[in-house]
Design a protein around this ligand. Structure first.
Ligand SMILES: NC(=O)c1ccc[n+]([C@@H]2O[C@H](COP(=O)([O-])OP(=O)(O)OC[C@H]3O[C@@H](n4cnc5c(N)ncnc54)[C@H](OP(=O)(O)O)[C@@H]3O)[C@@H](O)[C@H]2O)c1
Length: 358
């Protein structure tokens, strides 16, 4: 199997190339040949297949992607250039995943490319990152057990890790207006900003004190309603993180930062994603996904996603993870990488402690 990785010389890109080489051949694609070659040498692949292609050079992108079985795009920020890369993957007839965390970009890809992807038999799964894939898959498993749902709240809490990469901070700038507005929520069949949060705190698994949470533009808010029958979906993050990322960032300061957290920093990081569901009959369910190192886990998830699409094609179109992959099988494939998941239905596991405002 051969995977084309766009943005391969970036911080996330190098982690993805390294992960991909465990099970596939790689083509490193990006806008600058010298930076791609330098990245290949850093990773220990001095002879790697390197294909320069700017995001607006459609023909060069298509030619590079045609050589592969699937495309992984990690060239963020995605809002300015991601759609051009999706268009090229579809034109090349190759399945596509990306590591985007920009909620409005994700919505645009779903709104724009479904018919074009279907017409040529290509599957596009955006936001194949550490958070959206497990949260979306767990939401689908909760819905299988609970039936039609009144609400899902997805809550992200991340500790340690040395802070975001430069690329993540640039994506935050692209999403600043949406972050300040609390992001898109889903209610009554449509996505929009300004939907009031139903929850303002959560007791985390194993915790005893309520942690304040605030609305945040999470990608699974866009993907979950595409395959789960649910009336209301909201994305929440620890209030302190949400407040920190709402402060405008100076691009010149970002340019002077290290490209991303060190390996040592990444080893200190833990993420907890809680997916709370309430069925229309009032029963509760909770899914929890916990693991280390969001960038390392994103590399594993993006490569696993692309490999699955190439080896066992899903139906064509733009799909949520829960429409493209066997949920339990995919989640279990993350266990050797330290990512654990649980689902409980029918208890009160902290849901009673949620501050519900209807
Ligand atoms: N959970 C999540 O939401 C999650 C998790 C992980 C990663 N991500 C996302 O993944 C993305 C990558 O992060 P990173 O840390 O790897 O960033 P990075 O180190 O800045 O790398 C970005 C890559 O994209 C390329 N690129 C940027 N703008 C481009 C343009 N206009 N045309 C062509 N190529 C362009 C860069 O090429 P040059 O070197 O030539 O500039 C570089 O190869 C970010 O958007 C981040 O938010 C999201």
């Amino acid at each position: 199997m051969k995977l084309a990785i766009y943005g391969a010389n970036g911080y996330q890109g190098k982690l993805i190339v390294t992960e991909a080489t465990r099970s596939a051949e790689v083509i490193l694609v990006g806008r600058d040949a010298a930076r791609l070659r330098e990245a290949a040498a850093t990773i220990g692949l001095p002879e790697a297949d390197v294909r320069p292609a700017a995001a607006d050079d459609h023909d060069a992108l298509v030619a590079a992607f045609r050589e592969a079985d699937a495309v992984i795009n990690c060239a963020g920020p995605f809002t300015p250039t991601g759609a051009a890369v999706v268009r090229a993957a579809i034109a090349a007839g190759r399945h596509y995943v990306d590591t985007a965390g920009e909620q409005s970009y994700l919505k645009e890809i779903f709104d724009t490319f479904g018919a074009a992807a279907e017409a040529v038999g290509v599957t596009v799964v955006p936001a194949a990152n550490d958070a959206c894939v497990p949260a979306d898959l767990v939401a689908g498993l909760l819905a299988e057990r609970l039936g039609p749902l009144e609400e899902i709240s997805s809550i992200h809490v991340i500790t340690g890790g040395g802070g975001p990469s430069r690329g993540s901070l640039r994506s935050v700038i692209e999403s600043m207006d949406l972050i300040k507005a609390g992001g898109l929520g889903y209610d009554g069949g449509a996505w929009r900003v300004g939907i009031p949060a139903r929850h303002t705190s959560i007791i985390l698994p194993g915790g005893s004190e309520a942690v304040p949470v605030a609305k945040f533009p999470l990608c699974e808010v866009v993907t979950i309603p595409r395959h789960v029958q649910v009336r209301h979906v909201e994305g929440l993050a620890e209030a302190a993180l949400s407040a920190r990322l709402s402060v405008p960032l100076d691009p010149a300061i970002i340019a002077g930062l290290p490209e991303g957290p060190t390996e040592e920093d990444r080893r200190t990081q833990r993420f907890t994603y809680v997916i709370d569901a309430v069925a229309t009959d009032g029963r509760h369910g909770r899914g929890v996904v916990q693991g280390p190192d969001t960038y390392g886990t994103t590399a594993v998830i993006a490569v696993e996603s692309a490999r699955r699409l190439a080896a066992n094609p899903a139906k064509p179109g733009v799909l949520a993870p829960g429409q493209a992959y066997d949920p339990a099988g995919f989640l279990d494939s993350l266990l050797p990488h330290g990512v654990h998941w649980t689902i409980e239905v029918g208890g009160d596991f902290g849901v009673a402690s949620l501050d519900v405002r209807r």
